[in-house]
Design a protein around this ligand. Structure first.
Ligand code: MN
Length: 210
């Protein structure tokens, strides 16, 4: 069973003016489709066929660069579309566990925002910024190069990513050119906190302790 490119959960222009329609179209239909097709080609006829993407990434050090790069690209973009939405942004509501966890682990929403933006801004070249849950159910922020992500057994600190921001130039260059900080600021206007909250609760076995 090959991996399938997920549909974008909204129209190409739904995130305007923060992320433009042309960027979304190329990003989904060309880049994400490319990672998906190349991942399928890389695992075809191997014992990875039929395994979940999470399982493949958790043992990615055992596989070739094609699986690492395209498996990451497939997973990362699938998450990325879901954690954005038209009408998103703002702060998670006070009732959400993720709201309480951000205050517990970063001190305040603004402190979280600053740290996440710094991770996205200082990633040299292509990569991603992440908000993750560690094995003790605590939040941490990190960034990874290329299409790596915190599920992979090759990163410094493994965790479950619940929010990710693509800082490859293909994610913003048409609209923002070299102004990555402006793109990062705009991203905060489209974050789908309901989805991030759901992913936090799924990853956080101690959620009922709040
Ligand atoms: Mn991308």
């Amino acid at each position: 069973m090959a991996f399938k490119l997920p549909d974008l959960p909204y129209s190409f222009d739904a995130l305007e003016p923060h992320i433009d329609a042309r960027t979304m179209e190329i990003h989904h239909d060309k880049h994400h489709a490319g990672y998906t097709n190349k991942l399928n080609a890389a695992i075809e006829g191997t014992d990875l066929e039929g395994k979940s993407i999470e399982d493949i990434l958790a043992n990615v050090s055992k596989h070739g660069a094609g699986v690492r790069n395209n498996g990451g690209g497939f997973y990362n973009h699938s998450l990325f579309w879901e954690v954005m939405s038209p009408g998103g942004g703002g702060e998670p509501s006070a009732q959400m566990n993720i709201h309480k966890a951000i205050e517990r682990d970063f001190g305040s929403f603004d402190a979280f925002k600053e740290k996440f933006a710094a991770a996205a801004g200082t990633r040299f070249g292509s990569g991603w910024a992440w908000l993750c849950v560690d094995k003790n159910d605590k939040l941490f922020i990190c960034s990874t190069p290329n299409q790596d992500n915190p599920l992979m057994d090759v990163v410094e600190e493994e965790g479950t990513p619940i929010l990710g921001l693509d800082v490859w130039e293909h994610a913003y260059y048409l609209n923002y050119q070299n102004r990555r900080p402006d793109y990062v600021s705009a991203f905060f206007n489209v974050i789908n906190w309901a989805e991030v909250s759901k992913r936090f609760n799924d990853a956080n076995e101690g959620a009922s302790n709040f």
